[in-house]
Write a protein that binds this ligand. Structure first.
Ligand code: NAD
Length: 400
């Protein structure tokens, strides 16, 4: 398993800066050697395939949010040949200027609320703080803009999930959640093999987001301080929902207090005692999934998952199973000159998927239903943890 030891802080970086960078770093999926059987490799990156445009039109994009992770500029919209960056925004002037420079854009607005009033903008990338994602996405949708959001889709609120799905349905606009695990090489290959029948039904799957954080990673208004771990579940749940398109239907979750200062009584706004949460879900195809988010395990920082089916299993990019004629397992191509970007080279493919879905007038891979299917189970898992592991049903938001 690939891990990043916490103490490996570069000498020329102060602790706060280091924590910030660590929070946003591209975390590797583990690649463990296979034990035999039919092995398929899914190593080709998006940059190695040849991208072909589906249109010569430029989508007019606005980008909001240049926080600790500088995510607004990290997905390469500014390098996509089918994109014109019309304007950018961050509430903080210095960040706003940084985003303008990074996106080579000479127009900015003081807030998302002002940016969405620009009639020229047709799509917005929301890279703001997690508690405001749903509100900001609905604001953009209600102003007639397509939206791509950083994860999670909603933050601890089932009510927000309902409002979001209603807004997407009412406006008929494109909504996509930029879940990075969905475009990691292993997850993409698992999805192709699942669709081709190489796993049959999944008996069992696992998704893991370990992020050792003895001190909270910096964040806008401190939203990360003491956050319930599985309110940030999507890097894990992508290893069931993002592979199969299936659903997590009920959950029993255990919480653990590793003794971090942020989880002491009264130390966080969420009244959350847990640094670590490990959830066991039933799935819509009759299997079981174990999904976790852990901040208290010494030194481990990794985003990864595994799937085990009736006809094969997979960890990393090696397939072991019965399927003989394997589909193309490599990731979709991205335009020449557009970086694949962080989180396992997932950023470029995510931005390209959003732009292409607009140009082709089709649903993006992680539409609102898939986004909520990855996000809401974690909210219910935290409720279960607070009730000592009581089994709870997970609300579903599929198209009627
Ligand atoms: N692998 C991943 O997918 C991954 C990794 C890191 C971060 N993220 C997500 O990316 C998002 C951004 O992360 P971050 O650490 O940079 O966040 P942050 O909290 O450091 O910064 C958020 C920024 O949004 C700006 N903002 C808030 N409201 C605004 C408004 N109304 N108008 C304009 N700007 C506004 C703030 O000024 C701030 O600079 C987060 O939601 C996080 O969950 C995802």
């Amino acid at each position: 398993m690939s891990t990043a030891p916490f103490n490996a802080m570069p000498l020329n970086m102060d602790r706060r800066d280091f924590l910030g960078k660590l929070g946003c770093m591209s975390l590797g999926a583990s690649a463990v050697a296979g034990l035999g059987g039919r092995v398929a490799s899914a190593g080709a990156s998006s940059a190695e395939k040849v991208w072909a445009p589906v249109s010569d039109r430029k989508v007019r994009v606005g980008i909001v949010g240049y926080g600790v992770c500088q995510f607004g500029a990290a997905f390469g919209f500014q390098d996509h040949p089918n994109v014109e960056i019309v304007a950018v925004s961050d509430l903080i002037a210095e960040r706003r200027n940084g985003l303008m420079e990074a996106c080579r854009c000479d127009k900015s607005y003081e807030s998302l609320e002002k940016l969405v009033q620009d009639p020229k903008i047709e799509a917005v990338f929301v890279a703001t703080d997690a508690p405001n994602h749903a509100k900001h996405c609905m604001e953009a949708l209600n102003h007639g803009k397509h939206v791509m959001t950083a994860v999670p889709a909603v933050f601890g609120s089932i009510e927000q999930a309902e409002q979001l799905v209603e807004t997407v349905q009412k406006t008929g606009l494109k909504y996509m959640m930029a879940e990075t695990s969905c475009y990691r090489a292993d997850n993409c290959a698992m999805r192709q093999i699942y669709r081709a029948g190489g796993f049959g039904k999944l008996v069992y799957s696992e998704g893991e987001y370990f992020h050792f954080s003895p001190t909270p990673i910096p964040s806008f208004n401190g939203w990360r301080v003491g956050m319930p771990p599985l309110w940030y579940p999507t890097h894990s749940t992508a290893y069931y929902v993002g592979v199969t398109g299936g659903r997590l239907t009920s959950v029993s979750c255990g919480g653990f207090d590793a003794g971090l200062a942020a989880n002491r009584p009264g130390a966080n706004r969420y009244d959350n005692p847990y640094s670590d949460e490990i959830a066991l879900f039933h799935t819509s195809e009759g299997g079981v999934s174990r999904m976790l988010m852990c901040k208290g395990v010494q030194g481990v920082i990794v985003e990864t998952g595994r799937v085990y089916g009736q006809r094969g299993w997979m960890e990393g990019t090696d397939y072991h199973g019965l399927l003989k004629d394997l589909p193309d397992l490599s990731r979709p191509a991205i335009p020449r000159g557009m970086p694949a970007g962080g989180h396992g080279g997932s950023h470029g493919p995510l931005a390209n998927e959003f732009v292409t879905a607009i140009l082709e007038d089709r649903e993006p891979l992680v539409n609102v239903y898939e986004a909520l299917a990855m996000t809401v189970p974690g909210i219910v898992a935290h409720q279960s943890a607070l009730k000592d592991g009581e089994t709870l049903a997970v609300p579903q938001y599929d198209r009627g």
